[in-house]
Design a protein around this ligand. Structure first.
Ligand code: EPZ
Length: 425
């Protein structure tokens, strides 16, 4: 199995250009299905999840070419409306193609994505919203058979929870509906704003208000478009956590600090210096980290659940006991047992993690249980004394582009190895 080996314990220094956002690129690629033309998408990260989305687009009849970080999608000839299980199972967030396939073809067939390592991941909010827009949805043996009798109806939809995916699916289903669709209590993540910007650039009419209300006025069609994806705030926060954990002075460029201002505050409480410009963040940590007692994951603009694992890894070395509450997903502490192998002292009580800081972490053989758990092991690995070998790195490659090269750019001793007898299979 492919692994990443990190010889940790040295201060970090250097700079990284932050990749485009995975969670902005994926719904934007799904939105390409709406476009009767060509979509040119810049700053599109080279990730396995993005490749999975590109495969779905090709299956639907698009042609997709990549030149560096620019993806060109020709979606003039959409020839089918189903996503085979083998493609759906590669990436559960493919459910966001449902709204765009329905808008373009009037029907859709795909398997319900099911749960994953961090939780059950239900899609009830997606389905109830689409049904309220006139979409007939039959669920049979795990497959969703969706069709529209006449046309998608605009509606006023209040989400009981500001679900990112449900917000995206409603937006994509509403763009050609007759009338104006209103989403209340919509997700407010920056990735939603980026999807809206893409849709407006291809001729749709989407208005995002700061207070979680989104208005989508139906149009006839979507035309060719060129768009640049926003930077990845979670990748930025992961490398900030690595610097905080190992110590040092690192500059992260081509990012957008206004997308993670609430988290900067946590790094400062932990004893780091954080200096932001509009497109970069410089983080330094010299003395020992201090514990932080009140971190609760919340919908944006609160502390992002995707940063919980990487920031927890850094707090394992803080003086005192830190407290993190995971409010978004019901089983997003799978990284704790791996961090414990490295000497971390963490107690879990339901959705609360108590992190008793230790003087040092030690290298160990660990496994990336999921994407952000993998990020947390890289954070712990650069700070640990000795060698950490991380298995199941395919989880990490879903969301972190060239993580070994990036860690080396800031002075970490990291390498990727193809096979490692300690990680058979
Ligand atoms: C998106 O997932 C992100 N993925 C996740 O990032 C992120 O953690 C999550 O939003 C929250 O910010 C992508 O954008 C591809 P949700 P999504 O719908 O859309 C419940 C990563 O590491 N819920 O906002 O699936 C759900 O169970 C990934 O990059 C329902 O109950 O998240 C969860 O508890 C992981 N019913 C909560 O809402 C529904 O119909 C948040 O889910 C939908 C969601």
């Amino acid at each position: 199995m492919e692994t990443i080996r990190i010889n940790g314990g040295r201060k970090l220094g250097g700079e990284i250009d932050i990749q485009g956002s995975k969670n902005a690129a994926l719904p934007i690629l799904a939105a390409c299905v709406l476009v009767d033309g060509v979509s040119v998408i810049h700053n599109c990260p080279d990730l396995t999840d993005v490749s999975a989305a590109a495969e779905i687009l090709c299956h639907l009849g698009c042609t997709v070419t990549r030149q560096g970080h620019t993806l060109t999608v020709d979606s003039r000839n959409i020839s089918c409306y189903n996503i085979p299980t083998r493609l759906m199972s590669r990436m559960r967030s493919s459910i966001v193609f449902l709204g765009s396939i329905l808008s373009r073809t009037g029907k859709a067939e795909l398997c319900a994505p099911g749960g994953c390592e961090i939780g059950l991941r239900p899609i009830d909010l997606h389905l109830s919203a689409l049904r309220s827009m006139g979409v007939a949805i039959d669920e049979s043996q795990g497959t969703l058979y969706c069709y529209i009798n006449d046309s998608i109806r605009s509606n006023v939809i209040t989400l009981s929870f500001p679900s990112v995916g449900a917000t995206e699916n409603i937006m994509l289903a509403a763009v050609f509906a007759k009338g104006t669709t209103t989403i209340l209590n919509a997700a407010r993540e920056p990735e939603i704003g980026d999807l809206a910007a893409f849709l407006n650039r291809c001729g749709c009419k989407v208005k995002v208000s700061g207070g979680g209300t989104i208005l989508i006025e139906g149009v006839k069609k979507a035309h060719s478009v060129e768009h640049t994806v926003i930077p990845d705030r979670i990748v930025t926060l992961t490398y900030m956590a690595a610097t905080a954990a190992a110590g040092g002075d690192v500059l992260l460029k081509k990012t957008q600090p206004q997308h993670f201002l609430t988290v900067n505050h946590i790094f400062e409480k932990a004893g780091c210096n954080v200096n932001c410009t509009n497109n970069s963040v410089r983080i330094t940590r010299n003395g020992r980290l201090r514990c932080v007692r009140d971190i609760r994951t919340m919908p944006y603009p609160g502390f992002p659940t995707d940063a919980q694992a990487p920031v927890m890894a850094m707090l394992c070395l803080a003086k005192g006991t830190s407290v993190m509450v995971e409010n978004i997903f019901e089983s997003r502490f799978k990284h704790v047992c791996e961090l414990a192998k490295m000497g971390a002292k963490i107690k879990i009580e339901d959705k609360v993690a108590l992190i008793d800081g230790v003087e040092a972490l030690y290298g160990a053989n660990v496994n990336a249980i999921d994407l952000r758990a993998g990020g947390s092991l890289a954070v712990a690995g650069v700070a640990a004394q000795g060698t950490t070998v991380i298995g199941s790195v395919h989880h990490i490659d879903r969301g972190y582009e060239n993580i070994v090269e990036c860690l080396r750019a800031i002075g970490a001793d990291a390498e990727r190895s193809d096979m490692d007898e300690r990680f058979p299979g």
